[in-house]
Design a protein around this ligand. Structure first.
Ligand SMILES: *[C@@H]1O[C@H](CO)[C@@H](O)[C@H](O)[C@H]1NC(C)=O
Ligand SMILES: *[C@@H]1O[C@H](CO)[C@@H](O)[C@H](O)[C@H]1NC(C)=O
Ligand SMILES: *[C@@H]1O[C@H](CO)[C@@H](O)[C@H](O)[C@H]1NC(C)=O
Length: 164
């Protein structure tokens, strides 16, 4: 598969912008990560998460942030986690596009709504409807190449962030 040079540079620049200057979203704003009466689904509605942004979960006590898959998210089942953090000040960098699911380790609290799913998109990806005059023949890689390129670009740009 031939990856054009321009598309590599495109992704590198995008990832550099994302990783070095990504937004930090404090989950639940001043409420933080807690179970009583906060609507995390509503909280995330007006936000656009892009690669390079991060989520900051702030909480006290023995709570945790458990990343799970969709099925375990729906049933508040934290027994087969993708990752677990429990520092009380957990920064989770959204380093790839996709749909990600986070729940508390307390099933009862999760059942009461302490759960969050976020859709992460590629930053400033050109949408055909927004740029009708731009030729699409040059730099748009095939969809299958995007995850690989994103991963490469994020690694490269992380190194670049350390240097600059
Ligand atoms: C999120 O993206 C949508 C669609 O592109 C846009 O209409 C909306 O203004 C964006 N919201 C924020 C907070 O950037
Ligand atoms: C929770 O998930 C585990 C692992 O996928 C599964 O074995 C278990 O049956 C699930 N528990 C419930 C109550 O669904
Ligand atoms: C929590 O983490 C953020 C980002 O890593 C940091 O800026 C902040 O100082 C930390 N706060 C505490 C109380 O550790």
């Amino acid at each position: 598969m031939a990856l054009s040079r321009s598309s590599m540079i495109f992704f590198l620049v995008m990832a550099l912008v994302g990783v070095c200057f990504g937004a930090v979203y404090r989950v639940g704003d001043s409420e933080g990560w807690r179970y009583k009466g906060f609507d995390y689904q509503a909280w995330r509605l007006d936000k656009n998460f892009t690669v390079g942004d991060s989520l900051l979960f702030v909480y006290k006590g023995k709570d945790s942030v458990v990343q799970v898959d969709r099925k375990h998210y729906q049933t508040c089942n934290s027994t087969d986690p993708i990752s677990v953090t429990k520092s009380g000040n957990d920064t989770i960098t959204l380093d790839k596009p996709g749909h990600f699911f986070y729940i508390t380790g307390y099933k009862r609290h999760c059942d009461l709504g302490q759960k969050l799913d976020v859709r992460v998109s590629v930053p400033s990806s050109p949408s055909p409807s927004q740029s009708p005059h731009k030729s699409s023949a040059t730099s748009i890689p095939s969809p299958a190449a995007i995850p690989l390129m994103m991963a490469m670009a994020v690694v490269l740009s992380s190194i670049a962030c350390l240097i600059i």
